[in-house]
Ligand binder design. Structure first.
Ligand SMILES: Nc1nc2c(c(=O)[nH]1)N[C@H]1C(S)=C(S)[C@@H](COP(=O)(O)O)O[C@H]1N2
Ligand SMILES: [Mo]
Length: 383
């Protein structure tokens, strides 16, 4: 077969003048490069989640230094000057196309505010609140972040690469190490994306909050797939296969499916994120009794927005509407005034999304603990 090598801008061999990360891993033995101090992060294996009870609250935009990290293996340190993105496959009208970092920076860019949230965010509550055993990282509610992402629409890259009319799937793949699970090498982290979503609002991002992507978040380029579970947003992008027939990977056959007694044997593919809420308070926070407090929290949804948030300070007997703070890009921050009586209290926050769908009281079980969207019961003590 005669593989034609083409470049997207017809500039073979262009050298990126962009930044080069030379940072060595902050400490040996951590697969994460940036510092993850214990007051701001909970480290869970190769991952680190944001702590909502940190003494340093985050605003609408999460700085890169505070953004959760989900690594299947370890953050690779890539060189933008030698980095290449290859677009390939029978879903292109011509041969494969190579994109350099310089090509990316020169193409028309877009900037979006979008959340990236792990499908397993909230997983630990299947166990602590519903008494169910599930497999996977025991996240609380900090496997989410919202950032401003700048990059090139994937649609632009695909069209310039010669997307065929009958292409159905794209398969983006990371440049991090192969993922080995239970002694089986599953290869590069990758997950197919339907062409319809790829052409809709997906970004090949090279900036996060106005700076080049940090190594942990995908430098030099990653996908940002708005509204979809985090695994769709492949970091350290190295290759995109475009296909006229449906594609598969272990990340849509073995992982990121809802399986269990309530589901058919094949399970249900997870794509879109659900709705969640969190109090920005320590677990079993201690508050001064008989004084007014302004409780802070936030709610978010993969369905596109939050309509209203109701909060109960008496474990669900009575509910009050929370007051919205800020514009609600990415998520909706809110506050609630409350004067607790002395004693133990259970707080609940329940968001209703833009379509009128409320968070449920319980989440139906699935074996891998994805999409925990039930109302979380948050204990508080007033003294
Ligand atoms: N190449 C690669 N891409 C990846 C992953 C990974 O391990 N390798 N993890 C995925 C998962 S499961 C999530 S939730 C998000 C997390 O993005 P973040 O680490 O920037 O927060 O990246 C996704 N993209
Ligand atoms: Mo994830």
């Amino acid at each position: 077969m005669n593989l034609r090598r083409r470049t997207l801008l017809g500039m073979a061999g262009a050298v990126a003048a962009g930044p080069l990360w030379t940072t060595a891993a902050a400490a040996a033995d951590t697969p994460i490069v940036k510092p993850v101090p214990p007051e701001d992060f909970t480290v869970l294996g190769t991952n680190a989640e944001l702590r909502w009870d940190s003494p340093h609250p985050v605003g609408d935009i999460v700085p890169a230094s505070r953004f959760f990290v989900r690594n299947h293996t370890a953050t690779p340190l890539l060189d933008a000057r030698t980095w290449r993105l290859e677009i390939t496959g029978d879903g292109l009208r011509g041969g494969p196309v190579t994109v350099t970092y310089d090509d990316l920076l020169r193409l028309p860019s877009e900037t979006i505010t979008a959340a990236i949230e792990c499908a397993g965010n909230g997983r630990s509550f299947f166990t602590s609140q519903q008494g169910q055993t599930v497999a996977g990282t025991a996240w609380r509610l900090g496997a989410i972040g919202v950032a401003r992402w700048r990059g090139v629409p994937l649609a632009t890259l695909l069209h310039r690469a010669g997307l065929a009319r009958d292409a159905v799937d794209v398969l983006p793949e990371g440049l991090d190490a192969d993922y080995v699970a239970g002694g089986v090498n599953l290869g590069r982290v990758r997950r197919p994306l339907p062409v319809a979503k790829a052409l809709d609002d997906v970004l090949v991002a090279y900036e996060m909050n106005g700076e080049p992507l940090p190594p942990d978040h995908g430098f030099p380029a990653r996908l940002v797939v708005p509204g979809w579970i985090g695994i769709a947003s492949i970091k350290w992008l190295g290759r995109i296969q475009v296909s006229r027939t449906p594609l598969d990977s272990p990340w849509d056959t073995q992982y990121y499916r809802l399986t269990g007694p309530d589901y058919s044997p094949d399970g249900v593919l997870v794509t879109r994120q659900n709705t969640k809420s969190v109090f920005e308070l320590p677990w079993r926070a201690t508050l001064a009794a008989d004084r007014e407090h302004v409780l802070r929290g936030r709610s978010w949804s993969g369905s596109g927005g939050i309509g209203r948030v109701e909060v109960s300070t008496d474990d669900g007997r009575t509910w009050r509407r929370a007051e919205f703070v800020g514009s609600g890009g990415g998520w909706q921050r809110w506050t609630l005034r409350w004067r607790p009586r002395p004693g133990e209290h259970t707080m609940r926050a329940r968001a209703v999304d833009r379509h009128g769908v409320a968070q449920p009281d319980t989440e139906p079980y699935n074996a891998q603990g994805y999409l925990f969207g039930a109302v979380v019961r948050h204990p508080v003590v007033a003294v």
